[in-house]
Write a protein that binds this ligand. Structure first.
Ligand code: GLY
Length: 356
């Protein structure tokens, strides 16, 4: 078992990673001194271990559609009926959408009650459940209402992962692949628990340096500017991690086109992404002009097009990248039909003849 500490000025916690770590829940709840717990779970009741205290179990649904203020209101209403107080605890069990919405309910209820996350997907274990970002969606867009609310512990039980379909695992590997370029070099040959631990350790150090996203934390969004645009352009047919993988390949090519990195490093982006079996090509159905339009709306874009890019000084936020260059690099990306990119076979992308 690995235990990764995350130390902030006024709040610290550990992320436990390994088989069976969910059974530490009762100990964590005991340490918090909570008298009651509400467990909100998108997984069957038997997936959630005993909390050791009087517990209300509420079923949840994973998925963006459940990430609404209405869900937060319903959860808080149940907390009131159960008599949950600020010295009690909320436990989330599920994927990243569940840890996001339950985390926000915990942040708002009585102006903040302790929350423990039991992430059950690879994506939630390596990213969503760690670092304190919570949010719900509005009809106008994803994650538009949220709060920073750090958990009191995160229990990444790797036993949960054996139940995941291959595409759901790939969804998490998109975030692991991008770690290669932001400070956790080559995780490809490691066993999954070590890949998760290394990704979480990297994220913990970044969050410790910049909890509120004022600067350094942006590096976690490597590959995400195009990734978010691809999710939207494909109506979420491309999953987050898959889209980030394509975005990572693009980020390498764009950094190469800007003269920030050499050809070998550009090629490394493609090779790392493909080594995880992730898509590396643009869906043939997407239009570069539409992707550029969507990228202009990225949260990081204060003006013009903004990307997190590799370079001589390491990874940094690069503002005002000329749209013509972005379009040219997109035009030169390998392309493959969406169905082929997300299919089980994961064939290699169109041969890469236009590395720049
Ligand atoms: N998922 C990016 C972050 O936590 O900042």
């Amino acid at each position: 078992m690995a235990s990764i500490p995350l130390r902030l000025k006024d709040h610290s916690y550990d992320v436990l990673i390994g088989p069976g770590v969910r059974t530490s829940l009762a100990e964590v709840v005991g340490r918090l001194g909570a008298g009651r717990a509400v467990v909100v779970s998108a997984r069957p009741r038997e997936w959630v271990p005993d909390t050791g205290v009087d517990t209300l179990f509420l079923p949840a649904r994973d998925g963006e559609r459940a990430k609404t203020l209405g869900t937060v209101e319903r959860l808080c209403g149940e907390f009131v009926r159960f008599g949950l107080t600020r010295s009690d605890v909320v436990v989330s069990c599920g994927g990243g959408t569940t840890t996001d919405v339950v985390g926000l309910a915990a942040a708002l209820y009585h102006r903040g009650v302790a929350v423990v996350h039991l992430p059950t997907t690879l994506l939630a274990q390596v990213d969503a459940s760690v670092g304190g970002k919570t949010a719900v969606n509005l009809p106008a867009g994803k994650n538009l209402v949220g709060a920073y609310w750090q958990p009191s512990a995160v229990l990444c039980d790797t036993d949960y992962l054996s139940t995941l379909p291959r595409r759901e695992l790939l969804n998490g590997y998109g975030e692991i692949a991008r770690c290669h370029f932001i400070g956790a070099p080559d995780l490809r040959a490691l066993p999954p628990a070590e890949q998760i631990a290394a990704s979480v350790a990297l994220k913990a150090r970044v969050v410790e340096a910049d909890e509120r996203d004022a600067g350094p934390r942006h590096i976690l969004n490597y590959g995400h500017t195009l990734g978010h645009a691809l999710e939207l352009a494909t109506g979420f047919a491309l999953r987050h991690g898959e889209a980030v993988a394509v975005g990572t390949v693009f980020a390498g090519r764009l950094a190469g086109a800007l003269g920030r990195i050499g050809g070998e490093r550009v090629a490394e982006h493609h090779d790392v992404v493909r080594a995880y079996g992730l898509p590396a090509a643009l869906p043939a159905e997407t239009e570069p002009a539409e992707l550029v339009r969507l990228m202009r709306h990225d949260k990081k874009a204060l003006s013009g097009l903004t990307f997190v890019l590799d370079g001589p000084k390491g990874v940094e936020l690069v503002y005002d990248v000329p749209p013509e260059l972005v379009t040219r690099v997109l035009d030169r990306m390998p392309r493959a039909p969406l169905a082929e990119l997300v299919g089980d076979a994961q064939p290699a992308a169109t041969p890469d003849t236009a590395r720049s």
